[in-house]
Design a protein around this ligand. Sequence first.
Ligand code: GLN
Ligand code: ZN
Length: 787
Amino acid sequence: MNVSCSSSGMVPVSTLGTPRIGLRRELKAALESYWSGKIDQAALLDIAARLRAANWARQKALGVTNIPSNDFSLYDHVLDTAVMVGAIPEAYGWTDGPVPLDTYFAMARGSQGDAVCEHGHAHVHGEGVPALEMTKWFDTNYHYMVPEFVAGQRFTLASSKAVDEYREAKVLGYDTRPVLLGPVTFLRLGKAKDTGLDPLSLLGDLLPVYVETLRRLSASGAEWVQMDEPCLVTDLDDAARAALREAYGFFAHALPKLKIMLTSYFGGLGDNLDTALALPVAGLHLDLARAPEQLAEVSTKARAGLALSLGVIDGRNVWRADLSKLLAALEPVVRKRGTDHVEIAPSCSLLHVPIDLAQETALDPDVKSWLAFAVQKMEELTTLATAVSGHRQAVADKLAASSAAAEARRMSLKVHNPAVAERLAAVTPEMVRRASPFAERVRVQRERLRVPTFPTTTIGSFPQTPEVRKARAAHGRGEVSDAAYDAFLREETAATIRWQEEIGLDVLVHGEFERNDMVQYFGEQLEGFAFTRHGWVQSYGSRYVRPPVLFGDVARPQPMTVEWWRYAQSITRRPMKGMLTGPVTILNWSFVRDDVPRSLACRQIALAIRDEVTDLEAAGAMMIQIDEAAIREGLPLRRADWDAYLGWAVESFRLCAAGVRDATQIHTHMCYSEFNDIIAAIGAMDADVISIETSRSKMELLDAFVSYRYPNEIGPGVYDIHSPRVPTVDEIAELLAKATRLLAPEQIWVNPDCGLKTRKWEEVRPALINMVAAANRLRGDLAQAAE
Ligand code: GLN
Ligand code: ZN
């Protein structure tokens, strides 16, 4: 053995963090039982402790050497951090001492429980303290609670969770490496409640609280601590870099013996590389799945004593790795730095992948053989570590199996469909352009559609009542026949259409009762997608999603929505919108294949949706809505990459939408409201009508459209569907009046902020009746003004 001082000469294996939710979503069940009063706090905490113990045992059994602790969370690790440092807004009524569990959950869900929409915006209305805001964790589909800071913010150690869980593991026989969210990323993720306050200015007050936790960890026996600073892969200014130097300099000074593994993930260090390498830490973790190219530079520049954690196994996706390929990249680094200064790791915490592929007994066996979930990824990590430590022979069969699976996937006809490649190659510039510009289209459309000024409509879904969900579940279990289920759905649809007519909506929808989820519904009907039974990943708190797995070329074997549309239109004389999910949203909410660029996968989906669009048109649809709820979510972390993404995202939307005649009106819908920095791309999508979320901002969020002089039609949401509250006619009319001062009246549509599926009929009925009344009032005002 050469210079290695680690006892075994084996390269250590880390996971950086594991899924918290349990193999069978035990955490969700426990949380919901606790919130509804069915179990008490002790029972909840007991289940949580068992989940942690199972996680530790599993990692140990699979050969993980750096087992993390404090990666578990009852709700969210950013919230845990806020609680650790006592950043608890006054409204929650905490003053000192340990933070009660119910205060923690009040921050997460509001003091009356949550009213959270499916995309993770938390809103609580009426009495009680609202939840903290929630937003996307970097570019993942995990959402964290946004910490709040005020001027003169004080920090104090208010939770011993990190230390408790370290000790808990120790008692069970695991010497773990605790994980903390680093102070700089923590501050940058938070929000200043007072204008002019820069959260980073609070760093000096925050660091002693971190040091206190680190000191206790160290005193309890921790040799290493993992500090997550994913902000290292984002655009940082000098102040942020200085903050990193200050923080890690402070830690090194206060605790010279404690070793910090500083983790960057979700991308390359890029222009932050020199900053990261100069920090006085014992180790640096690199995301080599997203940014493999940084390895060469880092391994030449890193000082000899710095341990490099090589994140080669993709922690963000579900594909099995080609281990021999990875080994070829790892071997020279290990040779150069020695087995004691290298670790093998996933690119990021395994939080973002499902737990165990072995549970997927119904998956296509070929597709299954190409996948790896958290457990399988841990096996891959130990195989790599064994091989790279000079014991290649011991894992020769595993390496061979991995290469064979990679080769089979590369060659499979399930993945590669020559017809799709041909179609894609035949896409012409005309296909991504409507025949005429909007100014001309709008004339033909108005002529044909004859909707009044301020046309009223909804976004697509109507309440998914318990009866609808029950019927779907029963049908799924085979307890209800196809025919009976179909009859039930038709009855729901017909009743909803009759009701829309009755209250006087101008443009109708069928209600989407047949859809489980706006992406899954289409994925299930397209070639190239697979679905798991237990492949849940945490979206936020107790909300988990089961993303489709996009594994192959996408094709549409047959129409997906045309029959439902035809039925719906057949029972009304008013225009019925066709209702589709757009390609970018389908892509962004799936696990996407890693053997072709995302842009190419997106274009394939676009072609499939294009076929659906033209089939709907041929069936007689005059208006087709293509929802792109997730375009903004897909924005890359680095500004420099935005244009490339927006370029192909917009092109994909146009490809799916532009196959129709001028007279066919294309609608799109987006579930958010921050358009300022992407408004040019939204304009370039060239939808005839776009509906957006504006009610809570009182139309302020229309600004982007106004200053851009957005020429097409817009439906600024006038009903906050995230709230059970019913808006009054006056309120809605006032919002609309505001919109008319910002936009031309003939540009404006009247609609809610989003689909109504999470609301109850008792709320939806009066709200939409008021919406129609408000539109009528405005029409009256307009007519009067014209006289
Ligand atoms: N048409 C969908 C619905 O109404 C749109 C939802 C969304 O974009 N999130 O539910
Ligand atoms: Zn929406």
